[in-house]
Design a protein around this ligand. Structure first.
Ligand SMILES: [Zn+2]
Length: 261
């Protein structure tokens, strides 16, 4: 379980906190660890250490299953109060999971940021997708893929998913509009090569007012593509000048230990 990893030894312990049905933390039954590093970060590749002793990552999404994905506009604030912490996300039915070491993490949602949140050697890409997973102990693991605009006429699985997004002219709606895709191959949302940068960080959107829930980040080295029209439509939901950084959180100055496997 990553939360007990030695690198978290210096983390701040928030004592006696419990999780209520909303997922928010209130008083008194559980010890919660606060993330030592606030995400996202710049990945300085000259400082990355190749470490084959890192836990094995195994994707257990059924390669033959075409999944039903419920797409919804997601915002934390009332509709009149826009924020960069909005996104359009796909909610996935249970049963899609990964294992990291000996721990099983269920896929919770797939969501997109534009521009990318993580940078690599100070360079961003047009978009970044996060596939958020959670263990039975409540620990988070996020898979991240950088997406670049491609001129290929063949839509990627990311294009197919995002073509079902709600109409932006009604955004932000009082009640989130939803649409369903029934034929998404979840494995095709991830690159073929699973070599990745790994570090312990945090959420990049607030959960119950705080970023600092620990997250095991796995940022794949291989990039994937998205069509220009998909990128343009998604970016238009967060127009300038009100959203100078789209729906992405800028990198922090943190320089955590980053391992590659
Ligand atoms: Zn995210």
């Amino acid at each position: 379980m990553f939360i007990s990893h030695a690198r978290l030894a210096a983390a701040t312990l928030l004592t006696m906190i419990s999780v209520v049905s909303s997922g928010c933390l209130t008083s008194s039954t559980r010890t919660v660890v606060e993330a030592p590093v606030e995400s996202p970060i710049d990945i300085n590749t000259s400082a990355v250490v190749v470490d084959l002793a890192q836990p094995d990552l195994v994707i257990h999404y059924d390669p033959h299953l075409r999944s039903r994905v419920l797409m919804k506009y997601n915002n934390l604030e009332p509709c009149q109060k826009r924020s960069r912490e909005e996104d359009v996300r796909g909610l996935v039915a249970g049963g899609s999971f990964i294992t990291y070491g000996q721990v099983r993490y269920e896929l919770l949602n797939v969501h997109y940021h534009t521009p990318s949140e993580h940078t690599v050697d100070d360079e961003s890409t047009e978009m970044e997708v996060h596939l958020v997973h959670q263990s039975s102990m409540g620990d988070y693991l996020a898979l991240a893929v950088h997406l670049t605009v491609s001129s290929t006429p063949v839509p990627s699985e990311h294009d197919r998913l995002l073509t079902s997004t709600p109409p932006t002219e009604t955004c932000p709606p009082e009640v989130p509009q939803m649409s369903v895709r029934r034929d998404i191959a979840l494995r095709e949302l991830l690159p073929a090569n699973l070599t990745a940068f790994r570090y312990l960080g945090s959420l990049t959107t607030r959960l119950c007012g705080a970023y600092l829930r620990p997250v095991q980040w796995i940022v794949f080295k291989e990039r994937m593509t998205i069509q220009a029209s998909t990128h343009a439509a998604y970016s238009a939901i967060w127009p300038e000048p009100h959203f100078p950084h789209g729906n992405s959180k800028p990198v922090t100055v943190a320089k955590p230990d980053i391992r590659e496997k």
